[in-house]
Write a protein that binds this ligand. Structure first.
Ligand SMILES: Cc1ncc(COP(=O)(O)O)c(C=O)c1O
Length: 445
């Protein structure tokens, strides 16, 4: 029913709908002539800013977590989210972290601000964790360091800083890589390019293709992002000779190695997992590194990471430090304190450090054991296909190598939750669900 006091009717073809704009007692309303008849306030050409925003699809991994939570099947298996889980399917707080937190609770007497680059002592300790004790770049004062909100924060600070140094610089990433690399690089205004990395046919790194692309297409000043260890999502890492070849190429072409190390200690050991990046650091003048304490200290939600920029000379490092601090100030001002103080407390106390390293070794060994047991469980379930690559890969992730329909069947028919790419988190397996998982895989193959 049309209101009585209509003084003017305008017809407008708007988004495939015939709309009338009705002036009613001096106020404008829209009235649809084709769809449902309803009156809405009219905003003229100045439409509300958020009205036309497209909706963003839910993050597939977080969506998977919701589906798993709502699934009532008692035999459901969650191999989606990238967090470590123990035999009970729980993500524990590490013993040394509990002890350090207790100490901090007793000792901390203020919550006043920390600096833009966070705690200086934490930064020094983390530089040694990543680059090794007595490393050359630190000894020569060639490293600018900032404590950051997680490894993600480190990646973003580095990308923002790079964009300030060289606007829209090109960052090469492997295909595939952690999906968030794409978002971070693009949000910072940098240019993303891809090199081939994982070969699904051999379940390993296609190093020849990777190097051929970088050799022919990358240019001086481009950055090359590689995973320090435990590649997410493939579990396929570079070996030391490949790191060396990458270092040589970077040196020859003036490329800047950009290493994301989010799983140090979860592959072969704290020192072994950083050996590749340390080798490259000894071969090039400039390099950037994003490190995370989320997994190896189990500090996920405490957002603890480190951005390191290695420069050619000490005077450059001082300038870079100022630039990085500026980038941080204009973003989140300063990092959260707690996680970094926990890490600092552990690394400074020989007993806590030894206990942390021992628990990390247990985690690492459990993941390696699960990888071997999975290969055996698949054989026991009658799978003829060769899955031995799972045993050779490192860290929490591997591609199962099944197609989208098979993934859907695993999720919908067997309550096995894994990402659409067929990435599984091996740490989600345990003695209770291993056989069921293997049977489900056998059923969809
Ligand atoms: C490859 C990679 N880099 C960085 C991160 C960042 O971790 P966080 O921001 O939680 O420290 C992750 C986390 O999943 C990752 O897999």
């Amino acid at each position: 029913m049309m209101p009585a006091l209509v003084s003017k009717i305008l017809l407008k073809y708007c988004e495939k709908q015939l709309l009338s704009i009705v002036l009613l007692s001096g106020k404008a309303y829209t009235f649809s002539l084709l769809g449902k008849a309803c009156l809405q306030p009219y905003f003229g050409e100045k439409r509300p800013m958020f009205e036309s925003l497209p909706s963003v699809p839910a993050d597939p991994i977080l969506h998977l977590a919701v589906m798993h939570r709502e699934d009532t099947n008692p035999n459901k298996v969650d191999l989606g989210l990238g967090v470590y889980k123990d035999e009970q399917g729980h993500t524990p707080i590490m013993r040394a972290v509990v002890a350090a937190e207790q100490r901090l609770l007793d000792l901390e007497d203020t919550k006043t601000y920390v600096g833009m680059a966070g705690w200086a002592r934490y930064n020094q300790l983390l530089a040694d964790v990543v680059l090794g004790a007595d490393n050359q770049p630190m000894a020569e004062c060639r490293v600018a360091i900032a404590q950051t909100p997680g490894g993600t924060g480190a990646l973003r600070v580095i990308c923002d800083f790079i964009n300030a140094a060289k606007p829209a610089a090109k960052v090469w990433v492997g295909k595939p890589t952690w999906a968030n690399h794409h978002a971070i690089i693009k949000s910072a205004g940098l240019t993303l390019a891809e090199f081939p990395y994982f070969d699904a046919a051999t379940h390993s790194v296609d190093f020849a293709a990777m190097m051929a692309t970088l050799e022919t297409e990358a240019e001086a000043g481009d950055l090359v992002l590689v995973h320090g260890c435990c590649h997410n999502p493939s579990g396929a890492d570079l070996n030391l000779e490949q790191w060396r070849a990458l270092g040589e190429l970077a040196h020859k072409k003036g490329l800047i190695p950009f290493v994301d190390i989010a799983y140090q200690g979860m592959g072969d050991g704290m020192e072994e997992d950083a050996a590749g990046l340390r080798l490259v650091a000894s071969m090039v003048d400039e390099m950037v590194i994003a490190s995370s304490c989320s997994k190896n200290f189990g500090l996920y939600r405490e957002r603890t990471g480190t951005a390191l920029v290695i420069t050619k000379a000490a005077e450059h490092a001082a300038v870079v430090q100022g630039q990085m601090n500026g980038v941080i100030r204009g973003n989140y001002s300063m990092p959260p304190s707690h996680g970094a103080l926990v890490v600092q407390t552990i690394l400074e106390d020989p007993e806590l450090k030894a206990d942390w390293l021992a628990e990390l070794a247990e985690v690492r060994q459990r993941i390696a054991r699960l990888r071997s047991e999975l290969v055996q469980a698949l054989q026991a379930a009658g799978v003829k296909q060769d899955f031995s690559f799972i045993e050779r890969q490192k860290g929490m992730f591997s591609f199962l190598g099944v197609d989208k329909d098979q993934v859907n069947s695993l999720v919908n028919d067997h309550s096995v939750y894994l990402v659409g790419s067929s990435r599984i988190n091996v740490a989600g397996l345990n003695d209770t669900n291993m056989a069921n998982f293997a049977k489900a895989v056998a059923a969809v193959l």
